[in-house]
Design a protein around this ligand. Structure first.
Ligand code: NAD
Length: 480
């Protein structure tokens, strides 16, 4: 879909996220012909540098992070010509006038302001944009995570932003929603007759959502120690995935229709019993530091791993467990949603063949894709022996080139901002509802003074997490 020329200001334009994701993503969209030539991309951050210095910085970032397209040197230079830079102080007066002068003076033109800075600057930036007259009706702001630390702070931030911008101008980003396969999940659910009739407690045994990482908290240790896996991953990313799986079909694929349905899911989530939550903390395996060393906090009780079982109290999902887990320094890097269907009620092929379960697996990384496990006859003359085989639902062969060049989540979401499409962004009330669900769980373990269970770096997490699901007669899917 073509877009009109726009001005995009990236606050924090010299930071890690801007260099690794935002600008390489914009470059790829430029190569795809989606950035009209009259558009401007303006880096705004604390560092003192000029346009040439900024272009040098971003040239290097593109070479490192933009994949195969960065080999086209002419394209890189053409793209860099769209860039300029202003040193701006989010907390002070410096740079705002210069920024104003760079923006095209046109009420109708889309201005997007990406807040790729620490969360303490989200409110001040919104205020500065308004007080310096940079925000117009066609302006929008993109707010990074974390959105609040708990319900109270999220509410305060929502209120602060609402003093300067309407809700339809605020784009709270959760890059999980920008992933190709997450959208494919919706296409599969709502574009086929095959799945939706089975998409409920009657046919689905349980659902697993896993986000496993092999890295530790590394350089972010002190920030992370104040947050933990529940705040850093579950409240936002895992919760958003859960909503897309569990929501009722919206009437239209439009921002508020989708977000209304997601909100209903969060509000229908039951509180979780403490014995259905397992928190863990990695210990050193000799080759890497332990969590407590990384966090520089020898007495830390923050979890680098969490697994929990929760239920959605509504007609569709009554008594269907959703098992969620996420952690760092695990044995594999894998993000997966697995929809595990019930066993066939009866096997006509005799005891030996067993009873089978279909599993729809949606992999977000690595190797984004979707497979449906189906049971077929084992080929050959050995009689009616059954085997489970994965049916590839990403159809890389059928889609060829298109499937190969999968758009990165950030570039897709940034273009949605420019187009004014909020469908894949979180609304303020959704974020608050998610905190309202997580807060009591966190308060519970803090009040009890629970210690997270130690687990070896490079393992599958604490043993108790395996028991959490095994005692229900189920098992976690492999994260290798
Ligand atoms: P970073 O520390 O690398 O960069 C911070 C940027 O903010 C720099 O450009 C700096 O100049 C600018 N800045 C700091 N203080 C400023 C001020 N007073 N005025 C103007 N500019 C100022 O941070 P990052 O890793 O790029 O993260 C940015 C945001 O994105 C954070 O909210 C973070 O939580 C979020 N985020 C980052 C990642 C990631 O992979 N890096 C992933 C998800 C979310």
């Amino acid at each position: 879909i073509p877009v009109s020329p726009f001005d995009l200001v990236i606050f924090g334009g010299t930071g890690d996220l801007a260099q690794r994701k935002i600008l390489p993503g914009l470059f790829r969209r430029f190569v795809a012909g989606q950035i009209p030539t009259e558009s401007r991309i303006i880096g705004a951050a604390r560092a003192d540098m000029d346009d040439a210095g900024y272009r040098d910085l971003i040239r290097a970032a593109i070479e490192e992070h933009a994949g195969k397209h960065s080999a086209d040197k002419d394209a890189v230079e053409d793209f860099l010509r769209h860039l300029s830079y202003v040193p701006v102080d989010a907390m002070g007066e410096g740079g705002w006038k210069e920024l104003q002068e760079l923006l095209v003076d046109d009420e109708e033109r889309v201005r997007a302001f990406y807040f790729s800075v620490g969360p303490n600057l989200f409110g001040p930036l919104a205020e500065q944009l308004r007080s310096h007259g940079l925000a117009q009706r066609e302006s929008r702001i993109v707010v990074e995570k974390p959105f609040g630390h708990d319900l109270e702070t999220a509410r305060a931030l929502n209120e602060e932003l609402a003093q300067h911008f309407y809700e339809d101008q605020i784009y709270r980003i959760d890059h999980y929603l920008g992933k190709e396969t997450v959208q494919n999940l919706m296409a599969v659910r709502f574009g086929n007759m095959l799945f939706e009739p089975l998409w409920n407690a009657q046919y689905i045994d349980h659902i697993q959502i896993t986000v496993a990482e092999t890295v530790g908290v590394g350089g972010r240790g002190s920030y992370y120690d104040n947050s933990g896996a529940m705040r850093d991953m579950v409240q936002n990313h895992l919760m958003q995935l859960l909503c897309l799986i569990a929501m009722e079909p919206p009437a239209r694929f439009e921002a508020d229709a989708v977000r209304d349905e997601k909100l209903k899911v969060i509000r229908a989530l039951d509180p979780v019993d403490p014995d259905q939550i397992v928190r863990g903390q990695y210990t050193s395996d000799g080759t890497c530091a332990s969590y407590r060393e990384d966090a520089e906090n020898p007495a830390s009780k923050t979890e680098s791993y969490i697994a929990l079982k929760c239920f959605i109290s509504n007609w569709r999902w009554a008594n269907t467990p959703f098992y969620l887990r996420t952690g760092k320094r695990l044995s594999g890097r894998a993000s997966e949603i697995a929809i595990v269907f019930k066993e066939t009620p009866h096997s006509i092929f005799g005891i030996d063949s067993g009873r089978h379960r279909n599993v729809l697996s949606i992999r977000l990384q690595p190797n984004e894709g979707m497979t449906l496990g189906v049971t077929i006859k084992e080929p050959g003359p050995g009689g009616m022996r059954l085997v489970d085989v994965p049916l590839d639902m990403t159809f890389a062969d059928a889609l060829g080139e298109q499937a190969e060049d999968v758009t990165d989540a950030y570039e897709r979401l940034i273009m949605d901002v420019i187009r004014g499409n909020q469908t894949l962004f979180m609304r303020g009330d959704e974020v608050e509802a998610a905190w309202a669900w997580t807060d009591p769980l966190i308060e519970g373990w803090e009040r009890r003074g629970d210690n997270p269970k130690p687990y070896d770096a490079g393992s599958a997490g604490p043993d108790d997490a395996a028991f959490l699901i095994n005692r229900d007669g189920r098992r976690w899917r492999s994260i290798k």
